[in-house]
Write a protein that binds this ligand. Structure first.
Ligand code: HDD
Length: 704
């Protein structure tokens, strides 16, 4: 094998070579043949410590035991104070057209170039081992290894934030995290301290609407948007600066789980999102997002009607359309979770020439926080030398020493200016690639104050509400009701309902009813709430192209199954890009009606319907009808609004589960006497393409 080729990174997949991966090659270690100590001493006995007699005490002399145990004792590093739970992958970014009009950033100029990236997705509240499907914002952090240094876009899947000023971040996070006396609840905002804080912070209202929407329970990280959140600046070679918001648009569309499904997944497969990403990349279904920009001329910023520096505001896409300028593709899983995903250090201040900050006070505070946190998390100031964080371009300066320094700086000069090293390394002027901040004019008093332009906390929360479909509004009402029902202090629940009055009286009234607040009265207003023009892009419904690519379909089988139905429907689904798995009572094989052995992928014992997008019940599998797990499987799929198909007498399982064909439920496809299997498959594909048949989920009577 060549020195640049690694067994888990075949070059024959048609994937362009990943340059960051090549850069990591020198740091990869094969297991090796002989077990040694860290000093290279070959070990002859890894089973027994050195003792004074077979039953005597262990000797202090046992340096092999001590080295092994000492290393083990220090294997853990502090988890991230927020976004502790996450997973990462490698890939690349390509720009569609040269963007020189807007920015001088080199990685946004050449459509033929592929810029390596490492991306980490995360939840915010939970610990490192918490479940993936908690109701929460998701982190979407991208490190671009550009020729001009690393550029990190450290965003979320929600375009706004809870607070306007970084000085409130520790308060927000302390309120959100498990309560400090009991360390409960884990990975959940449904508790007193969080809602106490939110109900006292009107500026959080817009973000809380998003967090109570289905955006906070994505079906997959591959099916969620990403946002840079803050307003940044793009600066071109002429020094012209414009405001910009960054967007990531998933090629597979934006899709969510059902809340009941998300809760069940937290127990049935806490790694659901991590597994989904890993498996998709592993089988070559590379996740893709397009990078979008909303660009605002500096002179137009004041015409927007809100302050671009306020991170609780978004720019509606019907006001400023998103222009798609390139594509991110994830192509490679990590070799080692700790070395790559755990040690990667993102920072909104990792910039390249041509991209700059705005004065958003939330962003400004972040610029301090991210380096600071790595000092305790990664153990010192040399975390930039950790392979995953190391820029791919050369980097030289006079910083020296410190904990865990890896590189060996040669020579006696570590200062500038110098003459002993020919003045190197030296500065370089902006025209030749040096970074220079935009020369923004500043004439202001030193003051602790919020700009009056940050004062409107409800208009965009209302814009979000009115832009949702009825189904999405239902889900928001249910989410508020769920979360606030877990709040023990009545005054907090009531205060939050009063906040919601400022968003929409119907929303507030429905939540109040859900909470049993019988005395709730709608607020009498002197001026009616504004009636914003709905912004269609704020709704998830109808997103995507109805493709079923990468969707996971369960085929329930037992001995006697109609093998032809299995194969024909499976073939059609796979041709449309779906992944089919045979689920049966036990592993091994089932024997079809015609005597063929069909390999089983999963059992009903280990694999529930919540890990699938749809279920097909071919005829002949009579053994399933007496199986409670099989009945529960289809009933849950039904309750969660998933596409269900049955051929032949497969519909008897559905009937047994209480899903009667005569009601023609949406998204349930039956083979009647005349229907061909090809038609069943085609209708099933359509039904899966709709993602979920949400109208079914509101049927509380379904007992799954
Ligand atoms: Fe933050 C991590 C995103 C506000 C302080 N943040 C972190 C991560 C993401 C974000 C995606 C995980 C990065 C990774 O995968 O390693 N944070 C955001 C967004 C914000 C935001 C979109 C608002 C728009 N954050 C924010 C503020 C502060 C922090 C206001 C502090 C003043 N964030 C941190 C941190 C973390 C972090 C404590 C924890 C681990 C880390 O940085 O590396 O420094």
């Amino acid at each position: 094998m060549s020195s640049t080729q690694h067994p888990s990174h075949p070059v024959s997949t048609g994937v362009p070579s990943d340059m960051k991966s090549q850069d990591l090659e020198a740091d990869r270690r094969e297991a090796g043949e002989v077990l040694t100590t860290n000093q290279g001493l070959a070990i002859s006995d890894n089973q027994n410590s050195l003792r004074a007699g077979a039953r005597g005490p262990t000797l202090l002399e046992d340096f092999i035991l001590r080295e092994k145990i000492t290393h083990f004792d220090h294997e853990r590093i502090p988890e991230r104070v927020v976004h502790a739970r996450g997973e990462g992958a490698h890939g690349y970014f390509e720009v569609y057209e040269p963007m020189s009009k807007l920015t001088r950033a080199a990685f946004l100029q050449d459509p033929a170039a592929k810029t390596p990236v490492f991306v980490r997705f995360s939840t915010v509240a939970g610990s490192r081992g918490s479940a993936d499907t908690a109701r929460d914002a998701r982190g979407f952090a991208v490190k671009f290894y550009t020729s001009e240094g690393n550029f990190d876009l450290v965003g979320n899947n929600i375009p706004v934030f809870f607070i306007q000023d970084a000085i409130k971040f520790p308060d927000l996070v302390h309120a959100l995290k498990p309560e400090p006396d009991s360390e409960m609840p884990q990975a959940s905002s449904a508790h007193d301290t969080f809602w106490d804080f939110i109900s006292l912070m009107p500026e959080s209202t817009h973000m809380i609407m998003w967090v109570m929407s289905d955006r906070a329970i994505p079906r997959s990280h591959r099916m969620m948007e990403g946002f840079g959140v803050h307003t940044f600046r793009l600066v071109n070679a002429e020094g012209v600066s414009r405001f910009v918001k960054f967007h990531w648009k998933p090629v597979l569309g934006i899709h969510a789980l059902a809340w009941d499904e998300a809760q069940q997944l937290a127990g049935r497969d806490p790694d659901f999102h991590r597994r989904d990403l890993w498996e998709a990349i592993d089988r070559g279904a590379y996740p893709e997002w397009e990078l979008g920009l909303q660009v605002v001329e500096e002179a137009d910023a004041e015409k927007l009607g809100f302050d671009l520096l306020d991170a609780t505001k978004l720019i509606p896409e019907n006001l400023v359309p998103v222009q798609k300028i390139g594509k991110l593709t994830l192509t490679q899983n990590t070799d080692n979770f700790f070395a790559e995903t755990e040690q990667v250090a993102f920072h909104p201040g990792h910039l390249v020439p041509g991209i700059e900050f705005s004065n958003d006070p939330l962003l400004q505070g972040r610029l301090f926080s991210y380096t600071d946190t790595q000092l305790s998390r990664l153990g010192g100031p040399n975390f930039h030398e950790i392979p995953i964080n190391r820029p791919r371009c050369p980097f030289h300066n006079n910083q020296r020493d410190g904990m865990h320094r890896q590189s060996i700086a040669i020579g006696r000069v570590a200062y500038e200016p110098n003459s002993l090293a020919d003045g190197k390394p030296h500065e370089i002027e902006p025209a030749l690639g040096g970074f220079a901040s935009v020369a923004e004019r500043m004439e202001s008093p030193k003051i602790r104050a919020r700009s009056p332009s940050f004062a409107d906390h409800f208009s965009q929360a209302r814009l979000f509400w009115v832009s949702q479909s009825l189904v999405e509004q239902d889900h928001i009402v249910l989410a508020f009701t769920f979360e606030l029902s877990k709040v023990g202090v009545p005054a907090i629940r009531e205060r939050m309902v009063r906040t919601l009055e400022n968003v929409d009286p119907v929303l507030a009234g429905r939540v109040a009813r859900g909470l049993g607040l019988k005395d709730h009265q709608a607020t009498v207003r002197s001026t009616p709430l504004p009636e914003p023009e709905p912004s269609p892009q704020l709704s998830m419904l109808g997103s995507g192209d109805h493709s079923i690519r990468t969707r996971k379909i369960a085929i329930l089988v037992a001995d006697g199954v109609d093998g032809e139905a299995v194969e024909r429907v499976r073939k059609a689904l796979e041709a449309a890009g779906a992944v089919c798995k045979l689920v049966a009572l036990t592993l091994g094989t089932v024997t079809s009606a015609s005597g063929d052995a069909l390999s089983v992928d999963h059992t009903l014992l280990t694999t529930p319907s919540v890990v699938f997008d749809a279920v097909f019940v071919p005829g002949g599998s009579h053994g399933l009808r007496a199986c409670g797990d099989a009945l529960r499987f289809v009933l849950e799929a039904y309750k969660h609004g998933k596409a269900i198909a049955a051929s032949g007498d497969g519909l008897e399982l559905l009937d047994e589960a209480g899903i009667p064909p005569e009601t023609c439920p949406a998204g349930v496809v039956y083979q009647t006497g005349e229907t061909l299997l090809a038609d069943v498959a085609a209708q099933f594909i359509d039904a899966i393409g709709a993602h979920r048949h949400w109208q079914r989920c509101s049927q509380d009577a379904v007992p799954a």
